[in-house]
Design a protein around this ligand. Structure first.
Ligand code: NAP
Length: 308
């Protein structure tokens, strides 16, 4: 307990306790710890003990701020670790796989997709796991992106997974409109969305931004023909992420491009090497293990560096 109390910022003690609802005090402590952006074991145990100290006393408390704090710090009433994750393109393929995986781990998920009413598998997961919020979002609708960010303005997003993407093929000749749509969906929109949610991600001590890219976007690995729209759009994404991360140290944000491998989805096709579950399991392990040396890198699903 002495060890735990030594972690609590002095500021808390100069504020009269009666001024705060106990849950609000927990929020202040949690925010102060989050602000330290430290991921030491001491801080984790300190945070969990504070949930134990304050959280248990606040049973029956209806404070919204406490609920938000629990979501934002990644803890539930039992003091179990829990993170908040935003996933785009969550209705099928790898996006749905991420939702399934993280939901089973007890994470809180903001699952976005273009047409929630058509997303029957995602809806079934949301019925099974109460901590999934489904949000309608076309990532290329930038007003909608801004509105969604505003809706979650007070939240803390631990992991942002830019997963939504398209693969379009060339018909007989290059089509500017189709090509531009690939560039927009796969490169521009993920950056605009990440910019919109940056305050929520930076508020987290976990603060990871993952951009699902592809080895097809690697200039060095491009030796085969085909997929020019897709390859160029993922290469553009890689460059955008590479440039974007220069604005942040990994203590503020850990951002990576991540290739899922060749996966059996609508995009990958039935002959692909990996199942969605295997790819997602590998990526989730890689995301959990992201360290400073990975910030701004291009990784495969297993966490190995992919040449740019
Ligand atoms: N599968 C592979 O082998 C493979 C390999 C390398 C990289 N990747 C990358 O992995 C990611 C997921 O791919 P996947 O295999 O799961 O593909 P998928 O099965 O085709 O799913 C693509 C997802 O992206 C969503 N999406 C597309 N455009 C969108 C937009 N404008 N706004 C919101 N959502 C949009 C789709 O929503 P709708 O249902 O509404 O269309 C769908 O949920 C993509 O970024 C892809 O490039 C996949």
């Amino acid at each position: 307990m002495v060890c735990y109390l030594s972690c609590i910022p002095a500021a808390l003690f100069v504020i009269p306790m009666h001024f705060f609802h106990v849950a609000d005090a927990a929020y202040v402590v949690g925010e102060a710890i989050s602000d330290r952006e430290s991921r030491t074991v001491d801080d984790v145990s300190c945070r969990e003990s504070i949930i134990w100290i304050f959280g248990n006393k606040s049973v029956g408390c209806s404070s919204d701020i406490y609920t938000r704090w629990m979501m934002s710090t990644g803890s539930n009433a039992q003091g179990l670790a829990m993170h908040t994750i935003l996933i785009t393109g969550a209705n099928r393929g790898l996006g749905l796989g991420f939702v399934r995986h993280y939901a089973a781990q007890g994470m809180t998920i903001i699952a976005t997709c273009r047409e929630p009413e058509q997303a029957t598998e995602l809806q079934a997961l949301a019925e099974q796991f109460s901590h999934i919020a489904i949000e309608a979002l076309d990532i290329c609708d930038y007003d909608a992106v801004a509105r969604l960010s505003e809706k979650y303005a007070d939240y803390c997003i631990d992991i942002l997974i830019n997963n939504a993407g398209i693969l379009q093929s060339v018909d007989t000749a290059y089509d500017a409109e189709v090509w531009l749509k690939s560039l927009e969906t796969n490169a521009v929109a993920p950056m605009i969305l990440t910019q919109a949610f940056l305050p929520q991600v930076k508020r987290s001590a976990i603060h990871k931004a993952v951009f699902i890219s592809s080895s097809y976007g690697s200039v060095e690995l491009t030796t085969a023909e085909g997929s020019i729209y897709y390859r160029s759009s993922k290469a553009a994404l890689n460059m955008a992420v590479r440039r974007f991360v220069l604005d942040y140290t990994y203590l503020e944000l850990t951002a990576v491009c991540l290739c899922p491998g060749w996966v059996r989805t609508d995009m990958g096709g039935v002959n692909a090497e990996l199942s969605v579950d295997d790819s997602v399991a590998a990526m989730v392990t890689t995301i959990a293990g992201l360290e400073s040396e990975h910030h701004g890198q291009f990784l495969n699903q297993y966490g190995d560096f992919v040449p740019w």
